[in-house]
Every structure is written in C-alpha cells, then in structure tokens.
Design a protein around this ligand. Sequence first.
Ligand code: ATP
Length: 242
Amino acid sequence: MLTLSDVTAGYGGGNVLQGVDLHCEAGTVTCIVGPNGAGKSTVLRVISGLLRCRTGTVEMAGTRTDNLPPEQVLALGVTQVPQSQALFPGMTVRENVLLGGYLIRRNRKLLASRYDAIRERIPIVAERAGDPAGNLSGGQRRMVEIARCLMLDPKLLLLDEPSLGLDPRSLAGVAALIQSLNQAGTTMLLVEQNVRLGLGLATHGVVMEGGKVRLTGTAAEVRDHPEMASLYLGGSAPTPAN
Ligand SMILES: Nc1ncnc2c1ncn2[C@@H]1O[C@H](COP(=O)(O)OP(=O)(O)OP(=O)(O)O)[C@@H](O)[C@H]1O
C-alpha cells in the first residue's frame, strides 16, 4: 500500500532522513520506534506531503505522492493525527469531527452517514457531541482527534505519538480504539516513544536511528531482536505488554 524508497529529506542544510526505505501492507499496523531525533516524525511529514523529499520516492497504492501537495495526498486517503493538540477548544466535539470531512462537505448525505458511523464506533463523540472540545480530558481529546481523521474514511491513518501525555486509563482506551480500527480494516502507521505500547499494538515494527532504518520485521521480531537492548533501550530489552 505504502512504499518509501531511498528517501532523503531535511529542513535546512543537512538531511534528517538519509535513505529511508519503508513498506506498509494493507491491513497492517506498523509502528516506528527510535530515539529522540531519529527522524520518525519527519517520515510522517514526508508521507503526508508536509515536507518534500529531496531524493527518493513515496508511493501510495500505486500512485507517486512525493510531488503532490498535502491536500492531494489527503484526497488520496492519507490522513494524519498530529502529535500536538489539534482540536479547536472553543468548538464543539461534533463541529471538530465534522471539520475532518471538509473535502466531502458538499456531499451532505455522505458527511452525515460517516458522522453517524463514527458516533457508533467512538462513544465519546456521541456522549459529548455538544460540549466544547476544550472541556475534554487528554484521552478523550485524542479519541476525538482520531474520530476527525476518520471522516475521510482513510486508506492510511498516520498517528504521531498517540500515547503522548496520556494517563494509563486513557492510554488503554486509545490503544483499544487503534486495535478496533485495525480489526475493521484500517491500515495504520504510527510513531511511538512508548516502545512496549507501540509494538504491542502493531503487527510490524521499524526501528530508526540517525535518520536511517536500522531494523524491520514483525512487531514480535523487532521487540525480541538482540540489537534492541543496546540500540535503543539503554541495555534492557522491552518486555511484552501487560
Ligand atoms: N521544523 C523543523 N525545522 C528544523 N529541524 C527540525 C524540524 N523538525 C524536526 N527537526 C529536526 O529533525 C530531526 C528529526 O526530528 P523528528 O521530529 O523527525 O525526530 P523524531 O524521531 O520524531 O523524534 P522526537 O520524538 O524527538 O520528535 C531533529 O534533529 C529535529 O531537531
């Protein structure tokens, strides 16, 4: 579904990504882990078209996307849940979710049926529809951010650090939502600092370091790889999620 081939990209003089190859099959959840500054978020920016790659290619379901502006990448079905707080706090939950359907705003029937399906799937959207998003807890906000991205029925959902700033209970809710979306067929690529959580949720893992991919495999292969301890975790291998 998604293939990055030999991608280099950066922000100023130097390259942050230095020849990244990455592949995600339809129906999988791929988690990118790696130390701070490894280039994980930069990979997501390149895929969503927010940052142009300098060399290499990005292909989504057979279409080259590396030369497309972000709105065209979005129209091809790639949506991103950003790392930082992305909701408009003064707008209601319903309004925030509906904003995600901006590209289909003229098709009112489709907009309504997508919104109804999301309300069924993510109860907080129904329960707090009329409340300002600013009144929600961190975990509830993350759910609504994901809900908003679902309005375009994405082929590929990108999530940048879905666990960031969440307490354990909220984390469990967001993790369950990610798993249920995958069971329903959504392909996902996520970046996670929380290695245990990320690889626990994922079917496949990618370890990045210094702008390069160091390891790839199934999530279990990556988690149990002997290099993981020395490469990333300061000497102790991650244990399976509880
Ligand atoms: N907008 C930007 N302008 C300039 N440099 C940037 C920008 N965003 C990121 N960088 C730099 O690019 C490098 C990789 O950043 P990136 O955010 O991709 O890393 P990361 O692996 O996601 O780590 P983190 O978890 O810390 O975000 C870092 O050295 C960072 O300082």
